[in-house]
Ligand binder design. Structure first.
Ligand code: ADP
Ligand code: ADP
Length: 225
């Protein structure tokens, strides 16, 4: 099992906003919740971990990978579901997932078929596979996003505010899917919804104004709230 270690990470944007200030987090395998209000710095941290932007300072290690220096290695073992996950409306789920699988380097048709079938079943989209993504509900789109993020069997899955806009039934279904994934990797969930964390995450941190206010076992943290 892999471990994610974030040391002294800071980021100030060109407009002077300090989005991250000396972030230190030790993230064990399993479901980990990053809880904070809008503007707290969650997306900045998620994008930094996903190697999509550079911090001004600090270091990040995923197992023995130096995340800020070994970007290709990180990308091989990372799944990232961004807050705004765009899909091509006119393509079927099956076709789109197959296409992403090619991009992920699964070039053999037979293994691609096996992998995409497994993921469509895991995300409960197998019977929807011929439907065009444009007709998918918000919850179906998010589950499809997880299927894409899980291509290549990542050791770290990052999901940024995934439950925003889901109806209650879809939300439960989506969170259950994440918790299954969390059984054998690090799943980092960013959210402003306390229940997303309290219902699902073993460990958690609270972030506000770019600073970590608390890092704890969720049960202990909730008892002290
Ligand atoms: P960096 O310092 O990482 O290069 P910049 O401050 O140059 O970031 O901004 C990068 C992009 O984000 C720009 O296109 C900018 O318009 C946009 N941006 C600026 N302010 C915000 C904000 N508050 N929230 C989201 N995006 C923003
Ligand atoms: P959260 O995901 O918790 O809502 P963000 O990481 O998106 O927080 O934003 C943290 C702070 O940085 C906010 O004040 C936001 O306006 C600002 N910000 C985010 N992206 C940019 C950007 N590209 N350029 C300038 N400021 C930004």
């Amino acid at each position: 099992p892999i471990h994610l270690s974030i040391r002294n990470v800071s980021k100030t944007y060109a407009n002077g906003v300090q989005a991250l200030s000396h972030i230190n987090l030790e993230i064990p395998p399993g479901m980990y919740g990053l809880l904070g209000p809008n503007g707290a710095g969650k997306s900045t941290l998620m994008r930094t971990l996903a190697t999509l932007q550079e911090p001004d300072a600090g270091s990040i290690h995923l197992g023995d990978i130096d995340v800020l220096r070994q970007k290709e290695e990180v990308r091989q073992t990372l799944g990232y579901l961004p807050q705004e996950f765009g899909v091509y409306p006119k393509v079927s789920a099956e076709e789109m997932l197959d296409y992403f699988a090619v991009l992920k380097g699964i070039t053999q048709r037979a293994s691609r078929k096996e992998v995409t079938e497994g993921l469509l079943k895991q995300t409960n989209l197998w019977d929807k596979r011929k439907q065009k993504l444009g007709g998918f509900s918000g919850g179906m789109k998010q589950r499809f996003g997880v299927a894409v993020a899980l291509l290549g069997n990542p050791k770290l899955l990052i999901v940024d505010e995934p439950t925003a806009g889901l109806d209650p039934a879809e939300r439960v279904r989506f969170l259950n899917l994440l918790s299954e994934v969390g059984e054998n990797s690090v799943v980092l969930l960013s959210t402003h919804i306390v229940e997303d964390v309290s219902e699902l995450c073993t460990n958690m941190a609270i972030i506000n104004k770019g600073q970590i206010l608390l890092q704890a076992n969720t049960q202990e943290a909730v008892m002290n709230l």
